[in-house]
Design a protein around this ligand. Sequence first.
Ligand SMILES: Nc1ncnc2c1ncn2[C@@H]1O[C@H](COP(=O)(O)OP(=O)(O)OP(=O)(O)O)[C@@H](O)[C@H]1O
Ligand SMILES: [Mg+2]
Length: 269
Amino acid sequence: MNTIIGRAAETEALHACLAAGRHVLLEGPVGVGKTALAKAVCASLGRPLFRVDGDGRYTEGKLVGYFDPPSVLKSGYQPEFFVSGPLVSAMRQGGVLFINELNRMPEGVQNVLLPALDEGRVQVPSLGEVRAAEGFALVATQNPSEFVATGALSEALLDRFELVVLAYQSEEEECRIVAQDARCSPCAALVEAAVALARATRHDPRVRRGASVRAALAIADIAARLDGDVLRAARLALPTRIELLDPTATPLDAVLDDLAKKAGVATRA
Ligand SMILES: Nc1ncnc2c1ncn2[C@@H]1O[C@H](COP(=O)(O)OP(=O)(O)OP(=O)(O)O)[C@@H](O)[C@H]1O
Ligand SMILES: [Mg+2]
């Protein structure tokens, strides 16, 4: 796993909440580093880690677990036929359940978490009550509601979480992240140009949703294979990653040309 660059305060906050036996919601825009930070902190705790990715079709049965149908048909509901889902596994083993993009989960899945989070118990039909062992915690991530087309978390669920907000990192840290993650070792000038252009999209009044460090990484990787042409790489990498307020007013290519000039990005770094 790659090293986490910067994020000292957020790492400390996450550790403090988990050491205090709390559950944590990490919130921040797309690509800001929520998953990377959560994975790194969870791994450093040395507790078993169970990861689930938020999905509108995910079910309570998958999260909690289910009875193996052939075994039940043959011998009835015996505890040994229960196949634990990530929630029951994390509770029994005192592990961390990491739910990526919790706000994408259907309401039923979110509701199952309520008693697990504040009372450390969950009621499983035909099995009985499962109690959480010491160390059980939930770390979840969500994108801020203005960026996602999914529902917000219920008040009841939010009331069981501490919130750690992740904002974009400094330019210098973003350059180090891109240099660390890049596949084809781009030179420092190219990394700086890619990061400068991605960051410029975040403050432009014509742009509704700007580019993340993941976009800067894509620009740097592609530009390294296009003789350092950062603008050409950005034209490939950014259309899927940024959203203009009014695409009919100024086409994306024109906005990118303009931002490249303002960010001092030469077409060949
Ligand atoms: N502080 C950091 N140190 C090292 N790498 C980082 C850091 N922040 C982000 N990254 C890297 O940037 C990329 C995007 O980060 P990540 O996937 O964690 O973002 P995210 O907020 O979970 O995105 P999404 O909203 O799409 O789920 C990954 O390749 C990750 O490794
Ligand atoms: Mg993520």
